[in-house]
Design a protein around this ligand. Sequence first.
Ligand code: TTP
Length: 392
Amino acid sequence: MPDDSINFDKERVIFHIDLDAFYVEVERQNDPNLRGKAVVIGGTGPRGVVATASYEARKFGVHSAMATAVARRLCPTAIFMRGNHELYRNVSKKFMNILREYSPNVVPVSVDEAYLDMTGTERLYGEPIDAADTIRKAVRDALGLPASIGIGPSKLVAKVSSEHAKPDGVFQVRQQEAEAFFAPQPVRNLPGIGPKAGEALAKLQISTLGELATAPIGPLRRALGPNNAAHVQRRARGIDNAPLRERVKAKSISAETTFETDVSSRSELEKSLKKLCERVGTRLRKSGQRARGASIKLRYGDFTTITRQRTFQAPGDGDQLIYDTAHALLVTAMRQRGDAIRLIGVGVSGLGEQAAQLSLLDQNPMADSDTSEAIDTIRDRFGSESISRGSV
Ligand code: TTP
């Protein structure tokens, strides 16, 4: 069956549910004084970064991944708090369990976000819009948290719809409406179009999904990669036949940087290492998992590449843990070979939820992840990190 043949009669009913300002709303459950106020959660130190901001703070231009110092300038009256990741993880588990009462096919995508296949549930829950309200109410009643739901015939359309449902709403787009719904939206609204692809498209004067959908394929192949262009173009028209459960949870998460000129200064390498560790740490915490160990990758000027790996004493997800381990590996590697470095990378591996449970045996397993200076930096739409499967 060609990829873009769509049977309108047998449309699937996919929900994409996403909790609103997740960390903030969890904190508000604990402390009702925070309700209705501008609240910013993230690193509070000099290098801290915003993990999430309440909608009241967003009105002042505060957003995720912004330096906390900038957020303070934009919204000085906001309440700034560090996060409590253990708490968010526990709430996340309860949230997913509620969803499982409504569909046998629930696919979590991050701590506060999941896809549900609701196809054929009309007899039980009525029209999709009503089913969505029932689920939102169940989440609100059990956890006190506002959720938004996008409804579509595919994960893609449901996901893009949920952005329009926010905050605290429902938005449905049917397959025959999808192309027109997508057309005026900026290309970056298409999941999978990150900053780099966005820039490459801007160079081709392509700014909307409509323009992307009708652009000549040749230049697109050069901009997005030969195997990617046609696929992206179909998605830009709102076509997606991917099954709900295609994501295998990443077994490792890594990020790397290639320097413009080779670097031998230790302090410069440490600076890059720190940034990479924070990126990896953010992705790790967002996935709700913990790692058993960290690794580094170094490529020297002559292109020889080494990797070094070390297991943590106990599984963890904190920036400091990742950095300390990666740093020790870097120092040892530099002692063995002091040549200038062309590329530096950091990874965490052995990811899992059982890893998280094991670490409860540890004395103070949460201290690091709770107090990480830059609790959460940049998700992939903001940066160049990569998620890879298998060992790093
Ligand atoms: P999102 O679902 O992307 O955002 P949100 O829940 O804060 O707000 P909304 O969906 O209403 O726009 O992220 C879920 C949680 O993940 C968020 O509460 C905090 C965390 N997070 C980070 O730690 N760093 C980030 O850069 C982002 C985007 C989110």
